[in-house]
Ligand binder design. Structure first.
Ligand code: FEO
Length: 401
């Protein structure tokens, strides 16, 4: 059965949601699924904006057939070739043999790579600022390389002031009938997953996101249509501000994330003393995590959120305890920067974690390490409380500063 909704009188939502997928990109856990958005513009010519993952391929083709109401499909605009959107493109080209494919030169090359297809006369390669008029609508194409792949572009509908923005402004999470961000409680129910999506999928490419935001700032935008998650037509500036913060690697909130990689709990116990001291001196934004119990993508997302990090890790195999090693590798891979960090290490006979965490943090841009760093030998006793409180006090002073 089809499931199509109009988002304007001439633009229809023809995508759908996958609530069965457990790992997005076979890596990122999903607790609430994900949507693959696709849009059909019914003009004098018909224009499809992107396709979908095969998981919802059957529903997508039903939607498209219904929405076309017997008309042919004239154009498919491919803003992004990652298979979560383009897996069904090959089948679309077989079902609609006369459709013209609009995309960048890299998109055309990837169509050959993924589908072994030569578009031979069916491809319209576009460059920055080029346009396509389909009747009442004129679309302008803006290149957005590395948001999140090199072939990415976004498409601006000059007529309805709609920006089809590819992966930008997307989020994990299946849609629940409501298509628009203003129909749900986005800050309460969606922001954490939007942040996790941003940090892990495009977090590495802050400079490229900045370039796209600058282009978007020159457009009058009535609606943002991403490839995942709700559509934006109100309070667009609120979400753009989030992207501004995240893409410049600035903290979203003043507060302290305490990340513990603790084998038997002694490192975590010492970290709790720090958390309690912070709380007793008025710090309210404290998030203490046992890294073994959270997927690293969630911890990367939280690191993008907070201004201060306490990294507390046991030594393991003469290196870092694996959950901390994974977090630091992932933060580095996502170009994480601009934070203040405090370090706590544990080691019963040869503590190494402090040195290794310091090296990892020093390998990131614009990071500052607060002193004193803490070394725990197996477990902290009362004799170590002054040092732990001194560390908390240094964080409090820095927060106030
Ligand atoms: Fe949603 Fe980069 O694909």
């Amino acid at each position: 059965m089809y499931c199509v909704q109009p988002i304007t009188p001439e633009i229809l939502y023809v995508g759908g949601s996958d609530r069965r997928l457990t790992l997005f990109e076979n890596t990122y856990p999903l607790s609430r699924g994900v949507s693959y958005n696709a849009y059909l513009v019914l003009d004098e010519k018909t224009v499809l904006m992107d396709t979908v993952d095969w998981a919802i391929g059957e529903r997508f083709f039903e939607n498209l057939t219904h929405a076309l109401e017997g008309r042919t499909l004239d154009y498919v605009v491919v803003n992004h070739m990652e298979p979560d959107h383009a897996a069904t493109l090959g089948e679309l080209l077989r079902r609609y043999p006369d459709v013209q494919v609009v995309g960048t030169a890299k998109t055309m090359a990837m169509i050959g790579q993924f589908f072994g297809m030569d578009l031979a006369g069916r491809g319209i390669t576009v460059k920055e600022g080029e346009t396509l008029t389909t009747g009442r609508h004129t679309f302008t194409f803006y290149m957005a390389p590395m948001v999140h792949w090199p072939e990415v572009m976004v498409t601006y509908d000059n007529t309805e002031k709609v920006l089809f923005c590819a992966d930008a402004f997307g989020t994990f999470g299946a849609l629940n009938g409501n298509l628009f961000a203003d129909e749900v409680d986005f800050p309460r129910d969606w922001l954490a997953e939007a942040r996790r999506y941003y940090a892990n999928i495009v977090g590495k490419y802050g400079a490229q996101v900045q370039a796209l935001l600058k282009k978007a700032a020159g457009l009058e935008i009535a609606m943002l249509c991403p490839l995942h998650g709700p559509i934006w037509r109100k309070d667009i500036g609120w979400f753009v501000d989030k992207y501004q913060t995240w893409s410049t690697y600035m903290p979203e909130e003043q507060g302290v994330m305490i990340a513990c990689a603790s084998i038997y709990g002694h490192t975590e116990q010492a970290a709790e003393v720090v958390a309690n001291r912070l709380a007793q001196h008025g710090v309210r934004n404290i998030a203490l995590y046992d890294l073994s119990h959270h997927h690293v993508s969630e911890m990367v997302s939280e690191a993008f959120r907070w201004s201060h990090l306490v990294l507390a890790s046991a030594t393991y195999n003469n290196g870092l305890f694996t959950p901390m090693e994974n977090l630091l590798l992932d933060l580095k891979a996502h170009n994480f920067q601009n934070r203040t960090v405090a370090l706590m290490e544990n080691g019963s006979w040869a503590p190494q974690a402090g040195k290794l965490m310091r090296e990892a943090v020093d390998g990131m841009k614009n990071m500052r390490i607060l002193e004193p760093s803490i070394t725990i030998k197996s477990a902290s006793g009362e004799d170590q409380r002054p040092a732990l409180e001194a560390l908390a006090d240094a964080i409090i002073a820095d927060l106030k500063g």
